[in-house]
Design a protein around this ligand. Structure first.
Ligand code: FES
Length: 108
């Protein structure tokens, strides 16, 4: 089961920017990397710092707390599959943008 979170045109970040979206129990960081949008959970799986406030290095977000780096596309810790932040597909349907939350990923 999945649900969709609508993203209005005003919420879409500019290239190189990010926004934080809060929906129910989820805080989602939405990044725009060269026109490609990536949505991940804002909570770093290491010790919970905000990834939205991290340093963007191409398609990689570097956590501001301890410097771990996560691939925005897969959510995995760089060069590892041992730690992962939830990542969510971004879809456009009939010109409207949505972040897709699959039920397993709804659980914090
Ligand atoms: S809380 Fe993100 S690297 Fe430690």
């Amino acid at each position: 089961m999945s649900r969709r979170i609508a993203v209005s045109a005003l919420q879409v970040p500019e290239v190189g920017e990010r926004i934080l979206l809060v929906d129910e129990d989820l805080s989602i960081a939405l990044f725009n990397v060269d026109g490609q949008l990536y949505a991940i959970d804002d909570c770093c799986p290491h010790q919970g710092a905000s990834l939205c406030s991290g340093r963007l290095e191409g398609q990689v977000i570097k956590c501001c707390a301890h410097g771990l780096r996560f691939d925005l596309a897969s959510g995995y810790l760089l060069n590892s599959t041992r730690m992962r932040v939830a990542s969510y597909p971004v879809e456009v349907i009939d010109g409207e943008m949505f972040i897709v939350i699959v039920s397993e990923e709804c659980i914090p």
